[in-house]
Design a protein around this ligand. Structure first.
Ligand SMILES: [Zn+2]
Length: 428
């Protein structure tokens, strides 16, 4: 699969795009039926042949994260000797999930990421410093590396490190772009004015940069306070092995039509209207190692199908507005921890922080925030007023030492900071 700077598939009229996707979907489902022990009896050749619209996929079985964790080995669809890479996810139930990739899957991953980087404005002229984890069986860091190489860009495989370490690398090698988690850029950015650099852009993962209407969120504004940098958001997960990445218009991440089918479903499993919030459900295409059909990510976002101002006709995926597993129900309203985080980002002294969700003896959800003991009292009041006004939530504030909070962020040897402590199902 070759990449070109202006891929014709991104500009197809809607009906041609759907026809192309149906063809690839049928191929993927036929392969899955023949090779995946998990899906063997879940649908038939007739079901596949009957697909004439993408919406016909709604008749197929959905796959949950729980399915993938509980029956992990049954998803393996190639002989073990054809596996070239194992990556892991932490899994929602705590059970680690292994995803096995074939040689072609790895090539597909590189192609996917090169396409994504190109949409984000990266090219062979760039020198790119990767500041995210490259090892520990993570898929993402490897995908960026492979994608950048495929694109012909020069890579600085810096990996995880302190802001000081990264600025030292920047001084030495003068990169033009970064791949980073937004909150890391926020922390690192305060050094930006002190060190001369030619970094003009960053591909951002793990946290949203926009509000639902695509305006910059607080985190994005905070980063730009320190440096003039073009931030592009990309969304992906290990299971989907496919990225949705913003073009220069920043109106949602563009779907790569040759690599994935996207559905946004309501709680009854029905597709929501264009622009409505629902669960991101995906069927990745061209996968050999562990194909997934209608995989439910647990992430809530909106799909936008209007033609983008950049000229691409491919659907765009808005920012993740919440995760189903972290839904908090408060006296008739529903909120998600990331809405609380958006407000916390407006209070720079409230870092690091933890959001604790628990249930009271009536079975009602309650929220506590754990903040550094240095967080000033008068700002605590302002924060509570902010939360009450914008979310109608009045959490209990707890103070703790920075080191204790840091320890809890990486509890259970977690590879990523876990800012949400959900105690609701602790006894289950
Ligand atoms: Zn666009």
């Amino acid at each position: 699969m070759e990449i070109t700077s202006d891929n014709p598939i991104d500009h197809l009229p809607a009906d041609e795009l759907e026809a192309r996707q149906i063809e690839l979907l049928k191929k993927q489902l036929t392969y899955t039926l023949a090779h995946s022990p998990f899906y063997r009896c879940k649908f038939s050749e007739q079901d596949i042949a009957a697909i004439s619209r993408l919406s016909d996929l709604s008749g197929f079985i959905k796959t949950s994260k729980k399915d993938l964790a509980e029956f992990n080995a049954e998803f393996l669809s190639i002989p073990q000797r054809e596996v070239v890479e194992y990556v892991t996810t932490s899994g929602t139930t705590g059970k680690p999930v292994t995803i096995a990739l074939s040689k072609n899957d790895l090539e597909r991953l590189a192609y996917n990421e090169a396409r994504s980087l190109e949409i984000a404005g990266f090219s062979a002229d760039d020198i790119v410093q990767i500041t995210t984890t490259l090892d520990k069986c993570f898929m993402a860091g490897m995908a960026y590396y492979l994608g950048l190489i495929k694109l012909g860009a020069a890579v600085l495989r810096a990996g995880q490190g302190t802001p000081e370490f990264h600025w030292e690398m920047i001084r030495k090698t003068n990169p033009t772009a970064l791949i980073a988690v937004p909150s890391f850029l926020q922390k690192t950015g305060s050094h930006a004015s002190a060190v001369s650099n030619r970094i003009t852009k960053a591909l951002c993962i793990g946290e949203a940069l926009r509000n639902a209407d695509f305006s910059d969120n607080q985190l994005s504004k905070n980063i730009k306070k320190h440096w003039d940098i073009d931030l592009r958001s990309t969304y992906a997960s290990t299971e989907m092995a496919t990225a949705f990445t913003e073009c220069q218009e920043k109106q949602g991440g563009h779907l790569l039509p040759e690599l994935i089918i996207l559905e946004i479903l309501d709680k009854n499993g029905n597709e929501v209207a264009d622009g409505e919030l629902g669960e991101v459900t995906v069927t990745p295409l061209g996968i050999e190692g562990m194909p997934l059909v209608r995989f439910q990510t647990g992430d809530l976002a909106r799909k936008h199908t209007g033609v983008c101002s950049c000229g691409r006709t491919t659907p765009r995926l808005g920012p993740v507005e919440g995760r189903l597993a972290q839904m908090i129900k408060l006296k008739g309203t529903t909120i998600y921890p990331n809405q609380i985080e958006e407000i916390l980002h407006n209070h720079p002294n409230a870092s690091p922080y933890l959001i604790e969700i628990d249930q009271d003896y009536n079975g009602l959800d309650k929220v506590s925030l754990v903040l550094p003991e240095t967080f000033p009292e008068e700002e605590s009041n302002r924060l509570l007023i902010d939360l009450q006004a914008k979310l109608r939530v009045k959490p209990t504030l707890k103070k703790s030492s920075v080191s204790a909070i840091q320890q809890l962020l990486f509890r259970g040897n977690s590879r990523k900071p876990k800012k949400i402590i959900d105690l609701r199902n602790a006894s289950a």
